[in-house]
Design a protein around this ligand. Structure first.
Ligand code: FAD
Length: 347
């Protein structure tokens, strides 16, 4: 592969692609071993899926935190990594990753930031994910306003007439969450069967039977508007009849459209759009490029936040070994290691 022009490129021991929970914990694990990192995300801030898709939802399976809000978890990860003063580069997608002849890496982002890195950790989750759109005539004008694909601030929807679209867990969870808080809720799904958890589906059907939620089988045909003023949505039922819903806010949960984006072109071994890695170092087929979190795959992989944490710890040890091949990387405990405590700023 031809070498790139490295003039002005930021020299880095490690560049992390993706600032979701896995990428954030990677900053911490590298920092403990004395390695400073640069971390890049196409979103405007940290948190990946937690912040983008379900900031207000509680998570129950983070070790030692019986319950933690998704955004709170992200805030805590950022705080935990703070002593290591990583450089955060937000609002830019890593679009180019080239292996140089000496085995180091050249990376370039969509806004022109360039890196010359000794190691790369791909922590890109589901890639640069895009929500599946509502696809109703006239939606364009109201996208991001009266038509939203995530709940950023649940309280902002209280007291409103809501139309919720979808049949998966997100749609069902939000119907249950807003029941009794919104002025009205209409749930629109193309079938009477839901993809979400059976217990949630049963609870939602109870709400429908109790008259607290209106359920319509169908799809959004068009937005109802008077000029710039949003009025609601016209639903086409499965029998081709239509129903007009007065709504102030449409919340659409048709799922994510995973877009691997540039990652597919980096020469990494892939299996079903995930980067194949070993389970010793979580290294890809290219030495020095690691993949952790939802983006990777290996026998037994489970796409859980805690899997990403474990993978980050082992990738950090492997990176430390690559940076200092003649030195054994000893396991040290944060409880007792003076050098780690110094790095943490608690010595
Ligand atoms: C509704 C919902 C509920 C969930 N509940 C739980 C739960 O209770 N417990 C649990 O363990 N897991 C849960 N999960 C799964 C969990 O959120 C994921 O496992 C976790 O977010 C994966 O973290 P990650 O850091 O690997 O990836 P992500 O969180 O997806 O972050 C990846 C980041 O990489 C960025 N990125 C991608 N490509 C590029 C690029 N080329 N350049 C720059 N940036 C890039 C993205 O913008 C994104 O911010 C839930 C998921 C959802 C959707």
């Amino acid at each position: 592969m031809s070498d790139a022009n490295l003039d002005g490129a930021i020299a880095a021991d490690a560049v992390i692609v993706g600032a979701g929970p896995a990428g954030l914990f990677q900053v911490f694990e590298l920092g403990l071993l004395g390695i400073k990192s640069h971390i890049v995300d196409s979103l405007q801030g940290p948190g990946g899926q937690c912040t983008e898709l379900y900031p207000d939802k509680p998570i129950y399976d983070i070790p030692a935190l019986p319950i933690v809000g998704a955004q709170e978890l992200v805030d805590r990860l950022v705080q935990q990594a703070k002593p290591f003063a990583a450089n955060y580069h937000f609002g830019q997608e890593v679009s180019v990753l080239k292996v140089l002849t000496d085995g180091t890496f050249y990376l370039e982002t969509s806004t022109g930031t360039r890196f010359h890195a000794k190691n790369v950790v791909v922590a890109a989750g589901v890639g640069s994910f895009q929500p599946r759109r509502l696809g109703a005539a006239g939606s364009d004008l109201f996208e991001g306003k009266q038509i939203q694909y995530k709940v950023q601030n649940a309280a902002a929807h209280h007291g409103k007439h809501l139309a919720i679209f979808g049949g998966g867990d997100s749609a069902l969870d939000w119907v249950m969450d807003f029941a009794g808080k919104a002025k009205s809720i209409s749930l629109i799904h193309r079938r009477a069967e839901f993809r979400g958890a059976p217990a949630s589906a049963a609870k939602v059907m109870e709400l429908v039977q109790a008259g607290k939620v209106r359920f319509i089988e169908g799809i959004a045909e068009s937005v109802i508007a008077e000029g710039d003023a949003f009025k609601g949505v016209r639903i086409k039922r499965n029998d081709n009849s239509t129903a007009d819903i007065d709504a102030e806010q449409l919340l659409v949960f048709y799922g994510l459209h995973p877009k691997l984006g540039p990652i597919a072109d980096w020469g990494l071994g892939l299996d079903k759009r995930a980067v194949t890695v070993d389970t010793e170092k979580f290294q890809s087929n290219i030495p020095g490029i690691f993949a952790i979190g939802d983006i990777n795959t290996y026998p037994g992989k489970k796409k859980l936040i805690l899997s990403g944490f474990h993978e980050a710890a082992l990738a950090a040890f492997a990176i430390a070994g690559r940076l200092n091949p003649t030195k054994k990387v000893h396991l040290q405990y944060t409880t007792t290691s003076p050098i780690m405590q110094k790095r943490l700023g608690v010595a």
